[in-house]
Design a protein around this ligand. Structure first.
Ligand code: HPA
Length: 274
């Protein structure tokens, strides 16, 4: 555990030396969702592989770089490329960047992801604010000895997504005439997509969408007291009675179409954070 604190400090010190200072907001970009970076006046970029103790990205669609830039009066650090449990990273590795962001002084965290829509009202390309989640991942990033310097052993999950941040996003969506829906995200391990019976099951337990990320980061954000909000882009419709095969290429393509709109929404909301 001490070792983790050391690693975080190493990574944060290195990044500070490289100019990653003064940012108040962190952004994690999901699969196929990279255009937010074009909203920034970029100051510095650094490849994950150059940051001490950072995991490296292996997925083609995930670039694997940390970016700091200005967005109006705000400075933002973007994690372009996230880590998934199905790629055999440990939960500690997946969530390490979130801990480093906190050490760099980030006060709000915004996450995006691509997700399958279980709610029959959700269509491809829809944006959905996570209202809550169901964690079906087989491992937990907080397993192991707890260092009280980070947070509590038994992290409260009564409100994993920050209400005020969510409200900001809803307000800006309305201003931009975007239909930002709300829903419950179920996190599964993947990497396979689900069977019809699994989609039925996920719907029946109260999930509106399903994906393979985000929840570990949100749990750690809760652990370290970092307010967060997350938005899913619905990339496929998971109707068990009319299910069609879906490929990762299609998922990335649909995410790409919604990317610009999501970026504008995130930029507007971040711009108004004090
Ligand atoms: N299931 C799980 N993860 C996903 C899906 C899905 O249908 N679509 C995008 N990510």
């Amino acid at each position: 555990m001490e070792r983790m604190l050391e690693k975080i400090t190493d990574a944060a010190d290195y990044l500070k030396m490289k100019g990653f200072t003064g940012a108040g907001v962190g952004v994690v970009l999901g699969t196929g969702l990279g255009s937010f970076v074009s909203q920034l006046e970029v100051e510095h970029k650094i490849s994950y592989q150059d940051i001490p103790h950072f995991p490296h990205s292996t997925v083609e669609s995930h670039k694997g770089q940390l970016i700091i830039g200005r967005l109006g009066a705000q400075k933002v650090i973007v994690l372009q490329g996230r880590f998934h449990y199905y790629d055999a990273y440990s939960m500690q590795q997946i969530t390490f960047p979130v801990r480093v962001l906190k050490a760099l002084g980030i006060q709000n965290l915004l996450l995006s992801n691509a997700a399958g829509g279980l709610n029959p009202g959700f269509k491809k390309g829809d944006l959905v604010l996570l209202d809550d989640h169901i964690n079906l991942l087989p491992e937990n990033p907080l397993r192991g000895l707890n260092d009280p310097a980070f947070g509590n052993r038994f992290v409260d999950m009564s409100c994993p997504y920050d209400y005020a941040l969510g409200q900001q996003l809803m307000t800006h969506a309305a201003r931009l005439s975007l239909n930002l829906k709300k829903g419950v995200y179920a996190a599964v391990m993947g990497p396979n997509l689900e069977t019809r019976a699994e989609y039925r099951y996920l719907r029946s337990i109260g999930a509106d969408m399903v994906g393979m990320s985000t929840v570990p980061e949100v749990i750690v954000a809760g652990h370290i007291g970092l307010p967060c909000a997350a938005i899913s882009v619905i990339t496929d419709e998971c109707d068990p009675d009319n299910l069609v095969p879906v490929s990762i290429q299609e998922i990335i393509e649909v995410a790409g179409k919604a990317d610009a709109v999501l970026s504008r929404l995130m930029a507007a909301a971040i711009g108004s954070l004090s």
